[in-house]
Design a protein around this ligand. Structure first.
Ligand code: 5GP
Length: 121
């Protein structure tokens, strides 16, 4: 799948759309999800143009991968989630219901999160 430079997160990265920023460095931007699914629900996105985790893992430079994952951990730290715990999740492709075609890691926390997934019938 080709990268769409007009996806919502690309527009947030370019400052064309607002976001409640949590953290930013040369590799990543973290901000609050607009429709939170937990008491704390953050999104961390790489600054590079990657459609999803698949694309990122296959084509990003090692420094980008390291920098991105450090930014995910930094975001959780800044949100104070380390001591009580948190969950990270990335959707890739149609079965996962990925909505926005720019890699993003969800960071959930701020209270008990329940089971990892609802059992599928
Ligand atoms: P996905 O289903 O692609 O893994 O998750 C996309 C996430 O992006 C959803 O949780 C959704 O609420 C969030 N989202 C969609 N549009 C916006 C937006 O304009 N701003 C912010 N902050 N989050 C958004």
């Amino acid at each position: 799948m080709a990268y769409d430079p007009n996806n919502i997160f690309a527009r947030i990265l370019r400052g064309e759309l607002p976001a409640r920023k949590i953290y930013e460095d040369e590799y990543a931007l973290a901000f609050h999800d607009i429709h939170p699914l937990a008491p704390v629900h953050a999104l961390v996105i790489p600054k590079g143009a990657y459609v999803s985790f698949d694309d990122f893992a296959a084509t990003a430079r090692a420094a980008e991968i390291t920098g991105f994952f450090r930014a995910v951990a930094k975001t959780a730290e800044l949100l104070g989630l380390g001591p009580t715990g948190y969950r990270i999740l990335a959707n890739h492709g149609p079965d996962s219901h990925q909505e926005v075609p720019h890699l993003h890691i969800h960071v959930f926390g701020g209270g008990p999160l329940g089971p990892m997934l609802t059992r599928l019938s």
